[in-house]
Write a new protein. Sequence first.
Length: 655
Amino acid sequence: MHEQEDELAMEFVKEGCDCHRPVFEPKYLRTHRAGSVKLIRCFPHCCPSHSFASFCTSSIGLTVSSQDVDTVAFLRFQSAATSTLDRGAVISISDVRTSDNVKGEWIPSESRSLLVATTATLFRFNHVHHVGWHYGWMGTSTKAHRTSPHHLVAYVLQRSASSSTTKAAAASDGGRFVVRGVLTSPSFIVMSYRRACYACQKHRNHTASTKCECEGEFNVSSTSAPSPPPPSTSTTSQGRRLVVLVVVVASYPSFDHHSRRTIERPLSSTAIENDLRSILHCVQLTPLGALVRYLPAIESHLARLVLGHNYKVAASLLASLVHASPHRRTCLLLPPSSSHMFVGHQGEQQVDGLVVECVLQALTSAFSNNYRTHFGHYATFLFDKPALIDAYNHWVAWWSSQVTHRLASHSNASLAELARRINKHAASPMLSMSDGVEYFVAQLREVYLGTAGHPSKMPFPPNNALGTMHGLWTFSHVHGGIDLRLPMSLLTVLRCMSMLYVMDIGTAKDECGASVLHVRAPVPLYNTIGSIFVVDGTPRVFRAFPNGESTMTNMSGFIHGDYIANASSPHDAVEVRVFSWPVDAAFAYVTRCRAAVAPGSTQMSLDIQVCRFPVEASLDWSTMTSIERCSHYRRDMEAPVFQGCFVYIPHLEIP
């Protein structure tokens, strides 16, 4: 028997709402979409104004007078004829709404914030507006049934002692919950969009003064007082206006590694981020040789994602890199005695195998259209700090759910268990929390700028000098072997492959007559503008990598983005030198990329050389211009660490 607990005070709220209207309207229109999806328009109300896009929707919040991290919140649309659950009831939840199950009955909160000024918690629902509000109620032809009232019901639940320990696991396996609190919205009616009058459909030339002309009970005047709320298990006298106190630096991300953002976040969110960071840290520091038996599967998976399922890789790039590596290892970062799976689990699956499963899932998720679209929604919150923090927490939770599902499908391990095993033997310090925040916000900034002023793919008229390189090129093979002086990590190689496995190269002339090279991966990680290099021999900064990732931010301990591009002979070749400045180390890198197409040839060669040179460790690169930073380059003191020639063939269309 569950012990009876204090009654919770609960309230529906609209954050940032200045229209002074009730949260809910007395009537909503519903549109039908493909797959029997039925979206309620303008729910809970148009704020700050009506959207004339494919559907109008907004978020809703729920305040709860508790900061218990073991509680979760769900919403559910219900007919007034359906009874609400009682406090203390023990229930199972299986039909949870997600981006893959948009018709799920139970709508989970996307984020939660502990309110500093009170002892309350704010749950947010549909905060990124990517799903909309589906309500699958089926009306009949009878007038009484079509005009029956409905409610939005909020349930605050606590996991029962026998349920799963995480919200994601509980939601997926039908975990059991105890009902802690229930809140019912004022009643409203639901009407078909096709049956509604012109005014209620809210066309562009509609004005607020236009009166409803719907028939009978569906005629709800805009001046009518909303119906009083039905008896509820919880009410509160607090106003709808809400202030969420968070701490974040005022400036948005530059590459100044001395400025760190502090974010006040729920404990559960911090724990999830720590687990993900542990796995990322492991992949970042693990050399290729440690995962040699998994590399064919990893490369094949990546090739299918960027080239299509019908494309066969001519030669293995990862095999060439491993063969050239001077320090082949047979174990992960963990010592050999600790690399086996956890005690008590069946089988002898190793930690390295679980890390590879995480890598495969990360590749699948990162290269999906859903992820790029999802991240584009986050960019709309770039200048709203509370919403930005919520978006970051939601992003972390999304990645956690992706990895958790993969681990659950292939083993008995959990994300927390894998992270704990890695941390037990990790010798190097992990990435800091601020690194994740800096990467997220810098990437949001680039996506925002890219979608605001630049198309995702621009036409580039070939110029006379570089026209032979214009087009789509696919990696074919390595020519003459690879000279590798230092071990390369799996993360570094995968990041490079996401940029260079397939390259869409455009050539043009700028307003000063200089040649311009545009390089973009056809399947990017983010919808940004790609890399733009002005071939004039001047130190400059390119904003984004070919795979869409932002430059000039801390990436694996280095700041990339400065470059010098020159035309060279023979064969109208182009050489681009990209500089990587250290955050803390006393050495920097220069990467030389020389691309050329020989006369009469259908192949393009890309010679890549990476050299290391010393710099002062105390330099603050953020206060310098590109010319000043590049002045610290010491060619006379550089030492090569990597060299190889990569051959590309034309590829007009990706299957």
